[in-house]
Ligand binder design. Structure first.
Ligand SMILES: Nc1nc2c(ncn2[C@@H]2O[C@H](COP(=O)(O)OP(=O)(O)OP(=O)(O)O)[C@@H](O)[C@H]2O)c(=O)[nH]1
Ligand SMILES: [Mg+2]
Ligand SMILES: [Zn+2]
Length: 292
């Protein structure tokens, strides 16, 4: 046993390919490994022990971003994040319901959402003004919100500054530019990707597999685009908790268990009337807290 323990190395899960996982050891070496069957499903960002082609231990996750699978069972997407960069763009189109769902999922595990609007090189004035209003609404909740363009580089320095030392995952619909932004932020990315392929025998699966990259003192995770988001066994209380602006305003409602739908003296509906909570934000909330 002594000898085996001696060979154990700590590392970071870069990607899970189902058949095996890719791990970056603390020494910098890239390896592929099989997790012991007693371990839960491993995801990008997990900290693990590696010993003789095996993953022998999963260190406790500080946070884990989850979604629901087809049966609503929780499925981990990424671990040990401090921030979630929720990216949207037009094309493919801005989906505030999807953004709000990611915000709720992040809030429920203690991850701070960052709202990123990409492709601002493409928008004409009217559309840009509308989208700026959306960003402003998220900024008012206290979220970092930025407009960027990979193509014109506008906003990219601010994004880079913001992400320093953070552990962030990029999520959003397919085609919003997650991988493009990460490529811009990590110019050596292709090299590293090649290194993963060469060292592990896996091809590159950037669009279908979640990947972890080291970025200075922090890290950045690229994830496949999603069409929609299903919560993992979240009841409406979690949605209520995750909607931080509505939760905050709701403290002033007449009834402690106010649904913010039809009760008298509802501070949330008042805030919507006053425009301190955006109508679309409220509408999404109603949709997500509707009993099925
Ligand atoms: N005009 C413009 N196009 C962009 C910008 N950023 C990315 N694109 C383009 O948008 C398309 C999709 O970019 P990807 O980076 O592959 O998008 P993704 O979010 O990683 O997509 P999935 O991996 O499918 O989830 C590509 O054709 C990019 O060239 C931008 O700032 N401006
Ligand atoms: Mg991608
Ligand atoms: Zn209310």
């Amino acid at each position: 046993m002594e000898d085996l323990n001696h060979l154990t190395e700590k590392g970071r899960v870069i990607a899970n390919f189902r058949a095996a996982v890719a791990v970056q050891l603390d020494s910098g070496e890239l390896v592929r490994a099989m997790p012991l069957t007693k371990l839960p499903m491993l995801v990008a960002g997990d900290v693990v022990d590696y010993n003789d082609d095996r993953i022998t231990r999963l260190y406790e996750r500080t946070t884990v971003l989850q979604r629901g699978d087809a049966r609503g069972k929780p499925r981990p997407l990424a671990a040990n994040l401090t921030h979630l960069a929720i990216v949207s763009a037009h094309p493919p189109g801005i989906d505030t319901l999807l953004i709000d769902q990611f915000c709720v999922a992040a809030e429920n595990t203690g991850i701070s959402p960052i709202i990123i609007l990409n492709k601002i090189d493409l928008y004409e004035q009217t559309e840009r003004r509308k989208l700026d209003m959306m960003l402003k609404a998220y900024a008012q909740m206290g979220y970092n919100s930025l407009a960027v363009s990979r193509d014109s580089a506008e906003g990219m320095q601010s994004l880079l500054d913001l992400l320093q030392d953070k552990s962030v995952a990029f999520v959003g619909a397919s085609g919003v530019g997650k991988s493009s932004l990460i490529k811009f932020l990590l110019p050596d990315r292709d090299v590293r990707e090649g290194a993963i392929s060469a060292a592990t025998g896996f091809g590159s699966h950037t669009t279908s597999v979640t990947y972890w990259y080291e970025m200075g003192e922090g890290s950045i995770i690229d994830s496949p685009g999603v069409r929609q988001f299903t919560f993992a066994e979240l009841n409406s209380v979690d949605v209520r908790h995750g909607y931080i602006d509505i939760a905050r305003a709701g403290q002033d409602c007449k009834f402690a268990n106010c649904s913010h739908r039809h009760e008298p003296n509802c501070a949330v509906k008042q805030s919507v009337d006053d425009n301190t909570i955006a109508q679309w934000r409220y509408d999404n909330y109603i949709k997500l807290t509707d009993e099925p």
